[in-house]
Structures are given as structure tokens and as C-alpha cells.
Design a protein around this ligand. Structure first.
Ligand code: IMP
Length: 433
């Protein structure tokens, strides 16, 4: 049975959780493959709002097993708190959460170092979530990380390992003028987390292989977005993991040949939190209107998101990078009141026209977007069926499909589970000529 992968197509916050929640109804396993507590996924069920950070959002379906994959960096204390929060709201997680033995731990010194690096940068910083993500991945690459497998050591051995790492990192903290951490206190907190998390730790690779071989349906959930990918994003204004489709194989242990559907999630406009180039950003009233109507404030940090028009150059590039088979377009309803909508279909760079998102962020800084203006629909679309959508809204969807060369199969028209329109395969027929 093939594996479906859900990938963010922009700078994160595309509304992946809602699409994953929609697709998870029909799956047996949901697995996260990268990132950590920097992610913030919101799902609205009736009058209830659930915010997820490290646990895959499939947890709301009782038959779904949730796997935190080996490509993640996991804050153990935050994970315990998140699981407790989910349980306290009546969700039975017993036997339904597995944590890869290969995933790395985020420790308190990672958080301090992340914050300090941000505060020191003369350019205003990357604008990280301050959750310790980059230092944790740096330790992984330096081969100095602590992995979930280490929670299965004897208590004395784990205590020694954590205390040693704290002492080593205290040297760095002191050199930066920061207060050192108590090795004992950190080790105590990890021992407490160990008691809760060790039973969840497993070699999740055979679990996933066996699930695929047995014909169970597996959904891979990406966090952040393709333009924040450590290699393909606007480096250095990126996160520290591989958010794009390639990361799903390394981050889960599923082979690339297992993935047969790659769903790209795009907002009907663009947003970005943190710093770094954003060609279609609108800093005036249009950006403000998108932010207010779209409630564009971070789930993890509460920061206002930067907003702008849909960037088809970036989207087209991301479709190719990920090999996206289809797209879910989210928050189309946010555009309901705009008299006209703009789409960037090319960049101007000096005298050249560019139709591929540049590989270097300094080039992205230099481009000027070329826009097309399409008529708005000035009607509420939330809760409507496909055949009842206003013509200009359908034209907008069709136009985006053409520009990015990938069919749009789902359109989300509001935060509620029910506010979703499915466009059957063969989109041009479904949407009319
Ligand atoms: P970090 O992942 O905390 O190191 O932050 C690096 C960059 O990625 C910053 O610009 C963050 O704002 C951005 N970022 C990290 N996680 C998310 C997310 O879940 N949504 C949107 N942006 C994110």
C-alpha cells in the first residue's frame, strides 16, 4: 500500500494540520519526519481548538497510530506536557504514540544557545522560534547529540551522559556570558521524562515497513515548509531540517520508492514568520488585511506573520523540488472580500525575467515580482460546495494550477473540518471549461 506525504509548499503555516486531519480519517499510521517543538499545528473540531507541536495531528482519530520519526529533534519535557494536555481533553493515547529511537533530544542548553545566538546577531537574527532547534541539529551533525535510544540506558548511565553534556555545554554558556545549568537538575528532569517516554521509544523503521507491507495506510506529515528547508530554502533564513520530500525518507526510514502521493499544501496567498526574503510581501494595508482576516499570528510564538500575494514562481519551483502530485489550497476564503487578487507569475532580476525561485537568498532579495491581477469574487465562500463557488474563485484556482503545473485537489474554506471542497481527479473538467 503506497505512502502519502504531506509537505508545506511555502514558509510554513500553510494549514497542513487541517489537511492532515482530513486525510488521516482514512489512514492507519501518521508519521512526522523532521523538526520539533518549533512546529505549531492547529486543528478545529466543532467548538474545540487543538494545537499540536510535536505529536502528529492524526492523534485525534482513535484508530491512528502516531509516530515521531527519527529525523525529529524532540523536547522531552514539552512532549510529556503535550501528551498530558491531549489526554486531559479526553483523547486516549494508550499504545498510539511511538517515538523513534533515532530521534534526537532538545535539552535546556540548546534553548539557551538558540536564544543567545538570536540576541547576538547584528542583523536582527533569523527570527527562530527559540525552541533550541538549530543547536540540537548542530549537535546531531557534530555527533554529540543525545538520542531517544539513550533513554533506554540504565538510569546511572543516562544520568552520566546528560550530566557530561551539560558540563560541556556550560563551558560554552559561560564563554558567552550566560549562567551555567545545574547538571543535576537537568539530569533529574530527563530522568522524570524518561519514566514517561521510555515505554514509547522503539525502532520505528520496521513498524513502518511492516505497516506498508501489510497494506496499512501511512501518511507522512511534514512540518514547516519547503522554503524553510535547510538546503532548498532561503539559507540562512531557514530551519535546520529537511522539510522537503527528500527528508521524509531519511526522517522515517521509509525508502523513497514507498511514496506515491505527495500533496503540497499552499495557502491561497503567502505568509512568513521570522526574517529573510519574501518577494511578494505586502507591508501596507493589503498585508494588514490578510493578517487580520486570516488571523495570521504564530501558533508557537504568537508573532504576527508577514503577509503577501501568492507567489507562483516559488510554488512552481517547490512543486518540482518535491515532485508534488497534487495540491491542497488553503484559506481561499480569506480572499473573499478583496475586490481583486494579485498573483506573482515571474520575477524581474535586473534586466532578466526569472521563473525559478533562486538558489541563493541574496538573489531572492534582489528580485521584483511581476504580477497579474485577477477579479475578486466579493462573496463569502465558507461552507460552500464546489459547484456553488463564485466563478472568479474557480478561475483563481484554475489559474494557479496552470501557473504551478500541478492539479489542486482540495480547497479549504475555513478552519472547521467541514469547510473543505474536494475537486475530483481531472480538475479542468470538474471546474468547468
Ligand atoms: P527555528 O526552526 O526555530 O530554528 O526557526 C527558523 C526559521 O523557521 C524562523 O524563520 C522561524 O520563524 C521559522 N519556523 C520554524 N518553525 C516554523 C513553523 O512551524 N511555521 C512557520 N515558520 C517556522
Amino acid at each position: 500500500m503506497p505512502v502519502t506525504l504531506v509537505v508545506g509548499g511555502q514558509w510554513g503555516d500553510e494549514g497542513k494540520a487541517k489537511i492532515i486531519d482530513y486525510l488521516a480519517r482514512d489512514v492507519d499510521v501518521v508519521v512526522r519526519y523532521q523538526g520539533g517543538a518549533n512546529a505549531g499545528h492547529t486543528v478545529v473540531v466543532g467548538s474545540e481548538k487543538f494545537a499540536f507541536h510535536q505529536v502528529p495531528s492524526g492523534i485525534l482519530y482513535p484508530k491512528v497510530t502516531c509516530v515521531l520519526g527519527g529525523g525529529m529533534v524532540i523536547d522531552p519535557l514539552a512532549l510529556v506536557a503535550e501528551i498530558d494536555g491531549i489526554v486531559s481533553r479526553g483523547v486516549d493515547t494508550t499504545g498510539r504514540i511511538l517515538v523513534s529511537a533515532q530521534a534526537h533530544l532538545v535539552l535546556p542548553y540548546h534553548v539557551l544557545l538558540d536564544c543567545d545566538s538570536e540576541d547576538r546577531r547584528s542583523d536582527g537574527g533569523i527570527g527562530t522560534t527559540r525552541k533550541g532547534i538549530a543547536p540540537a541539529y548542530a549537535d546531531k551533525a557534530r555527533r554529540e547529540g543525545i538520542r531517544m535510544a539513550d533513554l533506554l540506558r540504565t538510569p546511572a548511565s543516562l544520568r552520566d551522559l546528560v550530566s557530561d553534556r551539560v558540563r560541556e555545554n556550560n563551558r560554552i554558556l559561560k564563554a558567552r556570558g550566560l549562567k551555567p545549568l545545574s547538571p543535576k537538575k537537568v539530569a533529574d528532569s530527563i530522568m522524570a521524562a524518561r519514566a514517561r517516554l521510555a515505554p514509547l521509544v522503539a525502532d520505528t523503521r520496521p513498524v513502518l515497513w511492516d505497516a506498508v507491507a501489510a497494506g496499512r495506510r501511512v501518511l507522512c506529515e511534514g512540518a514547516q515548509g519547503s522554503l524553510l528547508d535547510i538546503d532548498h530554502g532561503t539559507y540562512p533564513y531557514v530551519t535546520s531540517s529537511s522539510c522537503t520530500a527528500g527528508g521524509a525518507a531519511t526522517g522515517t526510514g521509509l525508502p523513497p520508492s514507498a511514496f506515491d502521493r505527495i500533496v503540497g499544501i499552499f495557502k491561497a496567498y503567502c505568509t512568513r514568520v521570522g526574517n529573510g526574503p519574501f518577494p511578494t510581501e505586502e507591508t501596507g494595508s493589503v498585508g494588514e488585511k490578510l493578517r487580520e482576516i486570516g488571523r495570521e499570528y504564530g501558533t508557537t510564538t504568537g508573532r504576527p506573520r508577514r503577509c503577501g500575494w501568492f507567489d507562483a514562481v516559488a510554488a512552481r519551483t517547490v512543486v518540482k523540488l518535491n515532485g508534488m502530485t497534487d495540491i491542497a489550497l488553503t484559506k481561499l476564503d480569506v480572499l473573499d472580500t478583496f475586490p481583486s487578487v494579485k498573483v506573482c507569475n515571474a520575477y524581474r532580476m535586473g534586466k532578466r525575467t526569472v521563473d525559478v525561485f533562486p538558489a541563493d537568498a541574496r538573489d531572492v532579495e534582489q528580485v521584483t515580482p511581476k504580477y497579474e491581477t485577477l477579479p475578486g469574487w466579493k462573496e463569502a465562500t465558507a461552507g460552500r460546495r464546489l459547484e456553488d463557488l463564485p466563478r472568479p474563485a474557480i478561475d483563481y484556482i484554475r489559474h494557479l494550477e496552470g501557473l504551478v503545473a500541478c492539479p489542486i485537489h482540495l480547497v479549504s474554506l475555513g478552519p472547521e473540518r467541514s469547510a473543505m471542497v474536494r475537486i475530483p481527479r481531472g480538475p479542468s473538467t470538474a471546474l468547468g471549461a
